[in-house]
Design a protein around this ligand. Structure first.
Ligand SMILES: Cc1cc2nc3c(=O)[nH]c(=O)nc-3n(C[C@H](O)[C@H](O)[C@H](O)COP(=O)(O)OP(=O)(O)OC[C@H]3O[C@@H](n4cnc5c(N)ncnc54)[C@H](O)[C@@H]3O)c2cc1C
Length: 395
């Protein structure tokens, strides 16, 4: 049964996120959007946040002890709140990011020690990144074409990665490559590629329509020699197709959190629409418009509530180590679609104000779309759900 209580400890953390959000996340997210440029890594806010240990759900050592799975419920609750204030800024925050789950889940003790070391430096903020997507392989991750060939005490990587969050500022990137393209997923290997490695080239910033506060980058791996010791998990880990499962495990653990982020963005749009109706006395008069606006607000609130419950259910299953693939996909498919609908309704309610460039709700409308794309598009989630419901294995 789902326990809907948040609890005093988490409530105190939420209050901390609210303060951070009001003072920094939202203003910086809006500023980045207006400047059409991500918040630079040397922005004083990141150094301040890093010194105070803010923005990261858990400290590095606590995460290392907990392994890849921290409390999923706590993760979704905090993810929703961070994204309520600004989803772009919540990804821009320094920390292990998507690089964390593969390192903590697959890495050897020596690798964890080595690659977590920079993150213990409290003076300067640090980032990590996760690179699976390629120009020709997004949803179908089995189709990645970046190759890894063993050469003496190193692996040589050749290929290209695209739309990788925080890659440009990362100390290291978990890069997925294949040792045997004909083997599909069984041929996948993960490597830690450190900043400055020769052959990690052409790092460039991709301009995207929303979530401007954090950077998405593309890069080339041109005969990039990575020490054999950087093969994540070591050779033994890849027996019995564990490589691909490692990647999917980190996706599955994060889908409910991505769904919660969509809910957070939409809740922000809901609040903006509700405040607008109050400020303009839209609901005070018994007009047809007032009735339509009431219905829209009720529809938004209903969908957000259901989306949140689905996130919490998927997270609770993860916390008791029960399979949650269908539930996680349902949460993501429903929350992302509902959040897009809700931000669209908020734009409608605001009328002219809603579509004016540099308006807040207009920004949310652009921000929310990515939540239906990242870590499994809506179409892919629906395929996963359908295949599971009729008892087919996933393709
Ligand atoms: C803001 C942002 C941040 C990102 N961050 C990262 C990151 O940090 N690391 C990383 O590795 N990647 C990252 N990505 C990439 C992301 O994971 C991919 O965009 C995503 O997997 C979809 O792949 P694609 O864009 O190549 O679309 P495609 O897979 O080419 O799909 C295009 C369209 O076809 C649909 N489609 C594809 N296959 C099927 C099918 N079998 N049935 C029905 N419909 C289908 C899709 O749903 C989609 O609508 C990021 C993307 C964005 C937008």
């Amino acid at each position: 049964m789902i326990d809907l209580a948040v609890g005093a400890e988490l409530e105190a953390e939420l209050e901390g996120v609210r303060r951070l959000g009001r003072e920094f996340l939202r203003p910086l997210g809006i500023e980045a959007d207006r400047n059409a440029a991500p918040v630079p890594p040397d922005h004083p806010f990141f150094a301040l946040a890093w010194r105070m240990g803010l923005g990261q759900p858990l400290g590095v050592d606590e995460r290392a002890r907990a392994g890849p799975r921290i409390s999923a419920r706590r993760g979704v609750v905090l993810a929703e709140e961070m994204s309520y204030w600004d989803r772009g800024m919540s990804v821009a925050m320094p920390g292990l990011g998507l690089g964390g789950p593969p390192l903590l889940g697959m890495g050897t003790a020596e690798q964890k020690e080595r690659f977590l070391a920079p993150f213990r430096d409290r003076e300067r903020p640090h980032w990590a990144a996760f690179a699976m997507t390629e120009p020709g392989a997004g949803s179908d991750v089995a189709a990645i074409e970046t190759t890894a060939v063993r050469d003496g005490d190193a692996w040589v990587l050749r290929g290209a990665k695209t739309f990788i969050s925080n890659a440009m500022r990362a100390d290291w990137i978990v890069v997925w490559a294949t040792v045997d393209r004909s083997a599909g997923r069984a041929g996948h290997r993960a490597f830690i590629v450190e900043r400055g490695t020769p052959g990690l080239e052409d790092m460039r910033y991709e301009h995207k329509m929303g979530l401007i506060a954090y950077e998405s980058s593309s890069f080339t791996l041109r005969d990039c020699r990575v020490p054999a010791a950087n093969l994540l998990g070591g050779e033994r880990h890849y027996a019995e197709r564990a490589g691909f499962k490692g990647a999917m495990r980190s996706f599955n653990a994060t889908r409910p959190a991505i769904a919660a982020m969509a809910i957070g963005i939409a809740r922000s749009a809901y609040d903006a629409a509700r405040d607008f109706t109050h400020a303009h006395h839209v609901l005070d008069r018994p007009t047809p418009r007032a009735q339509r606006v009431r219905e829209k607000l009720a529809r938004m609130a209903r969908k957000l509530e259901v989306g949140r419950l689905l996130c919490w259910r998927a997270a609770d299953l993860a916390d008791v180590e029960q399979p949650n693939e269908v539930e996680a996909s349902m949460a993501k498919a429903f929350a992302a679609t509902s959040a897009q609908e809700a931000t669209g309704l908020a734009v409608d309610i605001l009328g002219d104000t809603g579509v004016t460039a540099h308006g807040y709700v207009e920004k949310l409308y652009r921000d929310v779309k990515a939540m239906d794309i990242v870590e499994g598009t809506g179409q892919i989630q629906r395929l996963v759900i359908a295949r599971r419901l009729v008892g087919l294995p996933n393709a």
